[in-house]
Design a protein around this ligand. Structure first.
Ligand code: ATP
Ligand SMILES: O=c1ccn([C@@H]2O[C@H](COP(=O)(O)O)[C@@H](O)[C@H]2O)c(=O)[nH]1
Ligand code: MG
Length: 235
């Protein structure tokens, strides 16, 4: 598990802890913080996280390509939409609100989604994360940075024509409450208005990799593969 409860030796000096803490820049925010490490409650993870945000409109093929990335490069796949659907299925306190939001094609409050992502990251043994379908708004993005305390290494954008996205979603046949024409239209509007600014933000930061998301699944993956292969070579 990413966040293991362990008993750090009480004999560790405070200066050692301070040095260690300053080196563990990113992981600490994901745990409950340096303060708890210093109290000897939480053992830090060994590896720096490698975070990829996977963005694109509804039906652009994010989930499909994430499966291939997992198989080829060994990432942990965290789909924000799947985590929210799991909350609905588990009848949690937020379940009804999440269901209504998804039916309307709107965006669930950032705190709810970030909390679910944070929990999954903490439970994972992996340090390489594909965060699929998040952040969807600038507010999502800022909230992730504030709560998790890290920025993505890579942002993938699956750029797909609207008519192709609509066709794929209507053919998906997985029983999703939002796979109908009325909701898709709303999701496309939300994507243009709220998600494109996030994509532009990462483009300006030089972190964005745009994939032309038309063609076969394998053809699209051949655009994705070199991006991660390059990072593997680096280290
Ligand atoms: N290259 C492709 N060509 C044709 N169909 C595809 C392609 N890639 C994925 N699909 C199909 O399109 C549908 C949507 O794909 P997927 O679920 O991966 O999209 P998504 O971006 O995750 O969508 P959402 O945001 O709604 O979750 C699925 O039925 C999938 O099998
Ligand atoms: O960060 C997120 C991710 C998703 N949602 C809501 O869920 C649906 C479906 O998401 P998919 O990624 O397409 O599975 C989306 O339309 C939103 O309503 C969200 O609010 N925040
Ligand atoms: Mg998906």
């Amino acid at each position: 598990m990413w966040r293991r409860v362990a008993s750090l030796s009480s004999s560790i000096s405070s200066s050692f802890l301070a040095q260690t803490a300053s080196r563990l820049n990113t992981w600490e925010s994901l745990t409950t913080g340096i303060a708890q490490q210093a109290k000897g409650v939480i053992a830090p993870k060994e590896k720096t996280p490698f975070i990829t945000f996977v963005l694109g409109g509804p039906g652009s093929g994010k989930g499909t390509q994430c499966i291939k990335i997992v198989e080829t490069f060994g990432f942990a796949h965290l789909s924000a939409g799947d985590l929210l659907r799991r909350e609905i299925a588990s009848k949690s306190a937020d379940g009804a609100m999440i269901l209504n939001t998804i039916k309307e094609g709107k965006i669930v409050p950032s705190q709810v989604t970030v909390k679910l992502i944070q929990k999954e990251m903490e439970l994972s043994d992996n340090h390489k994360f594909l965060i699929d379908g998040f952040p969807r708004t600038e507010e999502n993005r800022v909230s992730f940075e504030q709560i998790i305390g890290v920025e993505p290494n890579v942002v993938l954008f699956f750029d797909c024509p609207e008519e192709e996205m609509v066709k794929r979603v209507l053919n998906r046949n997985e029983g999703r409450v939002d796979d109908n024409l009325e909701t898709i239209k709303k999701r496309l509007t939300v994507f243009q208005a709220l998600s494109l600014p996030v994509i532009n933000y990462y483009s300006e930061k030089g972190k964005l990799y745009t994939i032309k998301a038309i063609g076969t699944e394998d053809e699209i993956f051949e655009q994705v593969r070199p991006i991660f292969a390059a990072f593997e070579t680096v280290g």
